[in-house]
Ligand binder design. Structure first.
Ligand SMILES: Cc1cc2nc3c(=O)[nH]c(=O)nc-3n(C[C@H](O)[C@H](O)[C@H](O)COP(=O)(O)OP(=O)(O)OC[C@H]3O[C@@H](n4cnc5c(N)ncnc54)[C@H](O)[C@@H]3O)c2cc1C
Length: 553
């Protein structure tokens, strides 16, 4: 445990505390929809590390899966999800989420989200439904190729208009405040310490309920489709506070990220392959049919591994994704963002193939929680990519993640609503203590360790793993964790230091989970245990922190 010592307070370093009924850390699809679903008589604070809309949700392209057409069925969506999850999905959770899909899409429509319409459609509420890897039907509702932007900006506008919701942008949560940390016999989450990134002051924010909606951790890898905020903060904070985490070895690598020296993290949506795009080797031959009979529509892990294999075999810098056989009108209508962005880099996708490489994309594991999104610490919930609910198992099916954000936000809101009358205001909390720390005189340590961590995670804990690589990663990770702990206890906190502290914690959870799984399954592939083996481990990998105690219900 590495929280700052609490007690005395250095004058002028701590700004006033804040009190709310519900404190939501994170403002993506999960955090925003939760804020909107909570009863209007609860005072809510929603915290965002940068501006309100920045996060993975904003960049989601493909869409949201739900059974909306009469030719599709709940049973089929359930089966596809279970198949993608390679035997590790929780069937009860899959059923719950899939059944609530159509209703949640309707809820988004009520909030004002504009999905792409299809005038010719005989069903699907009149909206165009696309198909993505792993789905046996067209069931992905979308807003052209910028679905996340439509969802995030619409929900953001609605939240801004809510009088019961306070928005704290440019604040990063440092750690949770819990009764156990204050020495109380019964544990409960009481709030969080927040660093105001503008004034550099730390605020203690007390709340009756705290929700982690901080997104994923893909920034732990050198190459990622995720924006800078995805540093696994919620997972690390929960772990430090005594919560179990599960399935951290299952990191989804998206097969097709634009490969260009000046393009930072630009994803080429799977929907392109859903609409017929083909993956080509540098000599123009097709890549996928040799690896899977579903070819380009095979699940992402198979496609990513096939690309990784071929790039290593040929020493190629990238492979190519080609949709130029579709008409320019079709491409312009369905993929306007990708068309425009690629054109910025001199690639006309109506005439040329797109250079692509795989990149870390989605964190399937996370903070273990129940069907109400409750974690192991009473009063603490986790929703969205930061949570492990059991939906994705060993591999997330495309477009199931935004759906999971919405459904679990709804469930968490209902549970908080039920519990609200029974939970008193939290007691006074200790202010943040900066009396024993100084400003850093060696910022280079943070920058160096940040680069080192992300590179060894990419090289040793990436798409293809081995026992030796994992051991190497563990040794390097242990050293970095020790150094960062020392640094953290000596110097005043900064955004970069907090993110690095969380990344190194999450990296350790990923490495330990990967070492624990002595087989290959779903997204986890280890050349020393190349077979999927139910006799070895057909269950999630659950890591338990030293300070864990079961939640008394
Ligand atoms: C390029 C891309 C394309 C995708 N396409 C699809 C798709 O088509 N369909 C689909 O279903 N899924 C897709 N996904 C996945 C999906 O977008 C995410 O899983 C989902 O948006 C996660 O939502 P969230 O609310 O959990 O987190 P996010 O949207 O990532 O939001 C996280 C929030 O937490 C805040 N935060 C983080 N740490 C802290 C902290 N310490 N203190 C305060 N705030 C903090 C951030 O500022 C942000 O507001 C895609 C992801 C990417 C990156």
């Amino acid at each position: 445990m590495t929280t700052k010592p609490q007690g005395s307070k250095s004058a002028g370093s701590v700004s006033e505390g804040l009190d709310h009924d519900v404190l939501i850390l994170g403002s993506g699809a999960a955090g925003l929809s939760l804020a909107l679903r909570l009863p209007a008589d609860l005072r809510v604070a929603i915290v965002s590390k940068r501006e309100l809309t920045e996060g993975n949700t904003l960049y989601a392209q493909g869409g949201i899966s739900a059974v909306l057409h009469e030719t599709d069925s709940i049973a089929s969506h359930i089966q596809d999800t279970l198949d993608s999850g390679a035997g590790l999905c929780d069937p009860q959770v899959v059923k719950l989420v899939v059944e609530r899909g159509p209703e949640n899409v309707r809820w988004l429509l009520e909030q004002g989200v504009q999905f792409t319409r299809d005038k010719q459609a005989s069903g699907g509420l009149g909206y165009h439904l696309t198909r993505e890897g792993g789905h046996s039907h067209r069931r992905v509702v979308h807003a052209a190729d910028a679905t996340g932007r439509a969802v995030e900006t619409t929900l953001g506008d609605v939240v801004r208009a809510r009088p019961n919701v306070d928005i704290l942008e440019n604040h990063i949560a440092i750690d949770l405040i819990t009764a156990a940390k204050l020495g109380a016999p019964e544990n409960r989450c009481l709030g969080a310490y927040l660093l105001d990134r503008t004034s550099h002051r730390v605020r203690a924010c007390r709340a009756r309920f705290v929700v982690l909606a901080t997104g994923g951790a893909s920034k732990v890898y050198l190459f990622t489709t995720n924006p800078d905020v995805s540093t696994g903060d919620g997972i690390a904070m929960a772990w430090r506070s005594g919560c179990r985490v599960a399935n951290m070895e299952f990191i989804q690598f998206h097969p097709t990220c634009l490969y260009h020296p000046h393009a930072k993290s630009f994803l080429i949506t799977e929907a392109l392959r859903g609409e017929g795009a083909r993956l080509l080797l540098p000599d123009g031959s097709r890549l996928m049919p040799r690896f899977d009979e579903r070819a380009e529509l095979a699940p992402r892990d198979i496609v990513a591994r096939a690309i990784d294999h071929e790039m290593k075999r040929l020493g190629a810098e990238c492979v190519y994704l080609d949709i130029s056989h579709r008409s320019p009108e079709f491409i312009g209508e369905h993929f306007p963002t990708i068309y425009a962005r690629c054109l910025d880099f001199g690639i006309d996708i109506t005439r040329q193939p797109i250079p692509v490489v795989p990149a870390a994309h989605y964190t399937c594991g996370g903070v273990l929680c129940d069907l109400n999104a409750q974690t192991d610490v009473p009063g603490l919930y986790a929703v969205g990519e930061t949570a492990y609910t059991g939906l994705h198992g060993a591999n997330r099916m495309a477009s199931n993640s935004l759906l999971e954000c919405l459904v679990f936000a709804e469930l968490a809101a209902a549970h908080i609503g039920q519990m609200a009358a029974r939970v008193p205001a939290p007691p006074a909390t200790a202010p943040w203590d900066e009396s024993r720390v100084t400003d850093s005189d060696e910022e280079v340590v943070v920058a160096h360790n940040w680069d080192e961590l992300r590179r060894f995670m990419w090289d040793y804990v990436g798409i293809v793993r081995s026992n030796k690589r994992l051991e190497r990663a563990k040794r390097r990770g242990d050293l970095l964790r020790y150094e960062i702990r020392e640094y953290y206890s000596s110097f005043r906190v900064t955004n970069d230091l907090l993110e690095l502290r969380n990344l190194v914690e999450v990296a350790d959870l990923i490495i330990r989970s990967a070492q624990h799984r002595r087989e290959s399954r779903g997204l986890h592939y280890n050349i020393d245990f190349p077979k999927c083996d139910d006799a070895v481990q057909r269950s999630p990998t659950v890591l338990i922190p030293d300070n864990y105690s079961p939640r008394p219900d």
